[in-house]
Each structure stands twice: as C-alpha cells, then as structure tokens.
Ligand binder design. Structure first.
Ligand SMILES: Nc1ncnc2c1ncn2[C@@H]1O[C@H](COP(=O)(O)OP(=O)(O)OP(=O)(O)O)[C@@H](O)[C@H]1O
Ligand SMILES: Cc1ncc(CO)c(N)n1
Length: 423
C-alpha cells in the first residue's frame, strides 16, 4: 500500500510531513510526501512559514506520480499554489483526498487567509473526507454560510474533539467515543488523519478505518514524547496481534528462567490493549502456569482475550492510574523476598500492598486492592502484594508496561529469591 501526504514540514517531527511518514510507516504503509511549506516551530510558537514555489511543488507532484500509482492523498498545511496543483491531479488520477484542514497551529499561528479559504472550499468539494477539529469546523461552516458557498452532499466530515462526530450531508452517521488523556499533544490531528488514510489504503471501510485510527491516536498520545515545552505525538500501534506476540514471547522467555515462584493456585500473565474497557481487551492464558513434579512448571492453555478475570481486574484498575501499565503476573509470596526487595532494591522496584482484612464488603478484591495500593503511593507500583486472608493465599503481583517487561522483572525477582534461599 502507498499513500501520499501533502503538507508542511515541522523540523521537531511533532506534526506535518514527519508525523505523517512516521504514522504511515508504523502502520506498514509506504508514505510518499510533498512539502508545501517549511514551518520552523516549537510547542510554544511557530517562527515562520516559508512557502515553496509553485514550480517546486509541481515537480514534487510530477516525481511521485511518475514513480507510483496513488489512490489516497492526505493533506495537511496547504497553500494556494499547492491546492491549484492538487485539484488538477485529483481530476487526472481520480484521487481520494482526506483533507485535514489545518487553519491554525495549536499555538494559534494562522495558516490560512480568506483567499486560501476559498481554495479550501473548492478542495473540500473534491475531497472524500475532511477532518476539522470543532473550532475549524465552526470556522468553515461560518465561512460557507457568509459567502453563500455549498459543500457537496456526499462529503464525509469528521469533527474531531475528544469524541469524534462523523457527518455526511449534515447528518450525523456515527460518533467515535474518546477518552481524555491529560496531555496537550502536538500533531494529533496530523497523526489521526494520516492513520485514517493508511487504514483506508489497506481496504478498511471508512467507519472501521476511523475506529482503528482512534485506537492508534490514543496510543500515540499515551506514548507521546515529552519535549521541553510539551509533548509530540509518538505514532504507536498496539493491537491484538501486538499483545498476542508479546505474551507468546514473554512465555518463551519464562521457560528460559528457572522459575519456581509459583503459588499454589498457579500463576497467570496478562497483557491488555491500551486503555482496556473490559476483560475482552485483555489477553492471558486460558489455563495457568503450574508446578510439575520435577521442580519445574507447565504452561497450561492458550493465549486468548477475555480468558482472565483475576489478573485482568488488576490491569483494568492500574491502567486508570497509568495507561502505560498494560501487563501483570501473579507469583508466589515470600516474606524474606519482599523484605529484601524493600531494603536493597527500592531503586529498582516500587512496592505497595493492601490488607485483605481492611477490604470493605461487596467489592472486587483485586479492583479494591489494586486501587488502594496505587493510591497509597500515588502511582502504579512494580509490585503489589498482600499477605493473604481466610482461604486466600498470600500473593505477589508484578506489573509492567507489557508482558515482556513483566517477565524481565520476574526473572530479576527470581534471582533475588534464589540468592536469599541459598544463604
Ligand atoms: N489529550 C487528548 N486525549 C485524548 N484524545 C486526544 C487528545 N488530544 C487529541 N486527541 C484526539 O486526537 C484526535 C485529533 O486531535 P484534535 O481534535 O486535537 O485535532 P487537531 O486540533 O487538528 O490537532 P493538531 O492541530 O494538534 O494536529 C481526536 O480524535 C482527539 O480525540
Ligand atoms: C507543519 C505543520 N503541520 C500541521 C500543524 C498543525 O498542528 C503544524 N503545527 N505544523
């Protein structure tokens, strides 16, 4: 698959063509790119907008259409000259255009004047989908009304916000629920519209492409790159395939460890999609990791989504505190081990706990216990333990950013346990 991104260049890589290429590449789609303007900027301000000449843009178009067959085009920051050229190519190659109408930067630098708005209306009427944020949508509709213009009836409009509203012919046809993450991230509009374009180029139907791109942009925000003045979106794709691969490799790694910290009830390891809503967003073993008679262990069952409740509840609660925590494994409790980890490895492991005797009635122990353990220290710990209760085995739970991270922590903990027991 190939897509073409036409937009501005942001040297920090947070928005524009750089973000488009990273997004497309992360999704396995080859991204051609045409630069309309060079826009030096930070997350605090835009320094300038240097528009490339009509001749140069014309040659950029000529080169990519000479070398490749292109069906989908995503647009970012455009200029009058680039829109004029694009309009010709849309007709000549019957292009499907996804236009992200970037009227201004998040730092309030205007990219568009009235003359250019006229051109944008012409482009919208030759586009498949436009993806304005709420402010841009209101400006476009006011401009259309004031100039007595009309938008074609079959134009899809995705109004982005936290929830995104898909309209066609002024009728709402779907709403894509979001989840506010407390970060102001630069370039989310670019990444989102490019992700939609990439999924469309893979053959996804529009609403499926938007749904998948929504998961993609949320992951890209969760894993956004901290910069001096803010955050840059970090195109990140974690889907069911990623989770299953991680868990499979994690179990492969576990089998290389002399893992003996197996509780009587057995162990399980689970990993979730980003921002899991329920058990179905979390994969684990359908069976358990259980001791065998030779001092080793068996891994029983397959990896399936929805297979775990106990460990899944821990992840569902922990991810509310830190959406980067997507995995957990329960291992055997040992008092000396916890004591040693607390005294000698506090720089490596953040440890918290809960006391079952303090559990209120009618709660899920794992949800209540995980929440208590996180609230106690104001973050998600690496280890949450409890000393058990009536008919309940004491337990250690190891948490991490994914199941491979968790296994590496378990391997270290096992070595500490072995060193204690050898003394
Ligand atoms: N902090 C956030 N938490 C959750 N979702 C977010 C956040 N910021 C942006 N998004 C999502 O990213 C997508 C695009 O973001 P937005 O609506 O901000 O576009 P935009 O204003 O064009 O972005 P930009 O101009 O920064 O490129 C939307 O689906 C929105 O829900
Ligand atoms: C180059 C570029 N494209 C898009 C945006 C929108 O944020 C930006 N700030 N810079």
């Amino acid at each position: 698959m190939v897509i073409l991104a036409v937009g501005g260049y942001d040297p920090t890589g947070g928005a524009g063509i750089s973000a488009d290429i990273k997004t497309s590449h992360t999704l396995g789609v080859y991204c051609l790119s045409i630069i309309t303007s060079i826009i030096p900027q930070t997350n605090k301000e835009v320094y300038e907008k240097y528009d490339l000449s009509k001749e140069n843009i014309e040659n950029q178009f000529k080169s990519v259409f000479e070398e490749f067959e292109i069906e989908y085009v995503k647009t970012g920051v455009l200029t009058s000259q680039s829109i004029d050229i694009l309009l010709k190519y849309i007709d000549k190659y019957d292009l499907k255009v996804i236009c992200d109408p970037v009227l201004a930067s998040t730092t309030k630098y205007n990219f568009v004047d009235e003359k250019l708005m006229d051109k944008y209306i012409e482009l919208f009427n030759k586009s498949y989908l436009i993806t304005p944020n709420r402010e841009e949508y209101n400006k476009i509709m006011e401009f259309v009304k004031n100039k007595n213009y009309h938008l074609k009836k079959d134009l899809y409009i995705l109004i982005t916000g936290i929830d995104d509203i898909l309209k066609r012919n002024s009728t709402t046809i779907n709403i894509f629920k979001g989840f506010k993450i407390n970060k102001e991230v630069h370039g989310t509009g670019c990444v989102y519209s490019t992700a939609i374009t990439a999924f469309l180029s893979k053959g996804y139907k529009l609403e499926d492409a938007i749904k998948e791109a929504k998961n993609f942009i949320l992951s890209s925000i969760i894993y956004a790159k901290k910069t001096k003045y803010g955050y840059n979106s970090n195109p990140t794709y974690i889907n069911k395939e990623t989770v299953i691969k991680n868990l499979s490799y994690a179990i492969y790694l576990l089998k290389k460890i002399n893992f003996t910290l197996i509780p009587e009830v057995g162990s399980n390891i689970a990993e979730s999609l980003p921002l899991p809503k329920d058990f179905n967003d979390i994969a684990s073993l359908t069976g358990r990791i259980i001791k065998n008679k030779l001092g080793g262990f068996y891994v029983v069952g397959d990896i399936e989504f929805g297979a775990s409740e106990h460990i899944a509840k821990i992840i569902l609660s922990a991810s509310k505190f830190n959406p980067k925590i997507r995995s957990c494994m329960n291992i055997k409790y040992d008092e000396d081990l916890i004591k040693t980890l607390k005294e000698k490895f506090k720089d490596k492991f953040i440890i918290s706990s809960f006391d079952r005797s303090e559990e209120p009635p009618n709660v899920s122990t794992m949800e209540w216990g995980t929440t208590i353990a996180c609230k106690k220290i104001g973050k998600v710990p690496d280890i949450i333990y409890d000393k058990g209760g009536l008919g309940k085995e004491p337990m250690i739970r190891v948490l991490g950013k994914d199941s491979i991270d968790v296994i590496k922590k378990v391997e270290f903990i096992q070595k500490i346990y072995n060193s204690i027991k050898e003394k």
